[in-house]
Design a protein around this ligand. Structure first.
Ligand code: SAM
Length: 482
């Protein structure tokens, strides 16, 4: 029997089934243990330091106790701390991005995904470089600066050379004031050599959802194709890091398996990355399974309610305080609005989950991966965020300045985000407002920027940012970032 070892490079040892089962048992036994719960909450709370804040985070066992807890006052406390952590380390900034689907050709048999090989009625499409360029122009015209590229797994139709060529095309397009500054990549698990090529192509985060950490379910949900190999998939982030990618993004597709099992597995994966590579995941995504062509989400009997979903999000926030958390347009405006107070730091806006969707007017499209619940335009999402006191950020400076991996984490931990990310967010928001926003959004935006500039504690930084924003308004732009 495999023994639990977070430092091991073997999937069955760092995502150890017995350890997860024991964790769930421990959590169940202690779910009403108020003394222990209070202790864990105290540990999770951000502590003020000379420089800013410090947070210890929680182990998968501790966080699992909180997730199991059903005492209403304690759950309220979890939510409160989740928001405190988000504000302490990320402020009220919300990073904006959009997915870009390159190809839906796929040789896998994932039973929850419409791109599975046996689905013969979905239209198959792969973008040409000309089409990639047109999609990027459409995305730039909305104001996007950060993309997550998505593709099915198909060594013949979407080989690594195709993905690399698309990345090159994306970075090469400069339409009006537009530019895509960070391309994150969500493609199937691959080799160290291919990860090295992706790194050389200048990608931001490599994202790969585990789908489920439960090995038996994983094998059944991925019955055919290269993705069937649980160990190869689970060990992908180690290969990515070996290939030089230091920002990796984890995720589980909630609804496939029991959420408590997934939650423990996800946190063990984060602990493993920290233990082996000295840096945890850059982001964690929390997708839920959605209706799609040939896919009925009710056929999966582990679906979770909005309440449980909120609790999972908040508990992840407490466990890994420095990790960015992403919510996509799979979720409705209402759910997204709620989760923004529980630790989410990145949202997508105006997403199309179809291949070529940004240059097609009418939805739904026949190549769509899943139904999008939040169908608002980017302008509407940006305005809504600002009306709720969040700052939509289009900043990609960390990436451009090489502040990735543990260098980003130390910026986050040192509490200097208020004098670095905050002014950058305000300047990039000002650029967005001038270039792309409607009059109403512009008005709300510049009022918010005025107010937010006052939060900058370093007077020199404040004065530079204030001057830059004045210049941006008068079209005297310098592309300056802290
Ligand atoms: N082919 C790559 C892979 O295997 O990881 C990229 C995956 S796909 C383009 C992105 C993600 O969409 C998947 O990892 C999966 O979690 C999610 N997904 C697939 N079907 C879905 C559905 N019906 N509802 C919601 N999300 C879905």
């Amino acid at each position: 029997m495999a023994v639990y070892n977070p430092k091991s490079l073997k999937a069955e040892e760092f995502i150890n089934n017995e350890e997860i089962l024991e964790t769930l048992e421990y959590a169940e036994e202690n779910k009403n243990n108020v003394e222990l719960i209070d202790e864990i909450l105290e540990k999770a709370r951000p502590k003020k330091t000379e420089k800013g804040f410090r947070c210890e985070g929680l182990s998968h066992r501790e966080a699992s106790v909180l997730l199991a807890c059903e005492i209403p006052e304690k759950i309220e406390e979890i939510y409160k701390i989740a928001e405190e952590i988000k504000l302490a380390f990320y402020g009220n900034r919300i990073v904006m991005f959009a997915p870009l689907y390159l190809s839906n050709y796929c040789v896998n048999g994932c039973v929850y995904c419409p791109y599975h090989l046996k689905n013969k009625h979905i239209a198959r499409k792969k973008l040409t470089q000309e089409e990639v360029k047109n999609e990027v122009i459409a995305l730039q015209d909305m104001g996007h600066k950060r993309l997550a590229i998505e593709a099915g797994e198909d060594p013949v139709n979407n080989p690594i050379e195709y993905i690399l060529e698309c990345i090159k095309t994306i970075y090469s397009v400069n339409h009006k004031n537009g530019a895509i500054r960070r391309v994150n990549v969500n493609i199937a698990a691959t080799t160290v050599e291919n990860y090295r090529l992706l790194k050389e192509a200048g990608i931001g985060t490599y994202i790969l959802f585990q789908e489920t950490y439960h090995k038996q379910s994983y094998l059944e949900l991925h019955p055919t194709g290269p993705k069937h190999d649980y160990d190869y998939h689970t060990e992908a982030m180690d290969r990515a890091m070996e290939g030089g990618i230091d920002d990796v993004g984890l995720g589980v597709l909630f609804g496939l398996e029991m959420y408590k099992y997934e939650f423990a597995g996800l946190l063990m994966h984060a602990e493993h990355l920290e233990a082996v590579h000295g840096v945890g995941p850059h982001t964690i995504s929390v997708p839920r399974i959605k209706h799609a062509d040939d896919i009925d989400p009710t056929a999966f009997d582990n679906s979770i309610s909005d309440e449980i979903f909120a609790k999972i999000t908040a508990c992840i926030r407490l466990a890994v305080p420095y990790t960015g958390m992403i919510i996509s347009t799979r979720e409705s405006e209402e759910v997204r609005g709620k989760l923004l107070h529980l630790g989410i730091s990145q949202v997508s806006g105006a997403s199309r989950t179809s291949v070529g969707g940004y240059t097609e007017e009418e939805r739904p499209h026949d190549t769509e991966q899943f139904d999008v619940s939040d169908q608002r335009t980017l302008d509407e999402v940006v305005r809504w965020l600002m009306e709720n006191n969040h700052i939509p950020s289009f900043c990609t400076a960390c990436y451009r300045e090489g502040r990735t991996g543990d260098r980003f984490m130390s910026l986050c931990k040192s509490g200097q985000i208020i004098n670095c990310c905050h002014p950058n967010a305000l300047m990039t928001l000002a650029e967005y407002l001038v270039d792309y926003a409607s009059e109403e959004t512009k008005k709300i935006g510049f009022e918010l920027i005025e107010k937010e500039l006052q939060k900058i504690t370093n007077e020199k930084v404040k004065s530079i940012a204030t001057q830059n924003i004045k210049d941006i308004k008068s079209s005297n732009r310098r592309d300056f970032r802290f």
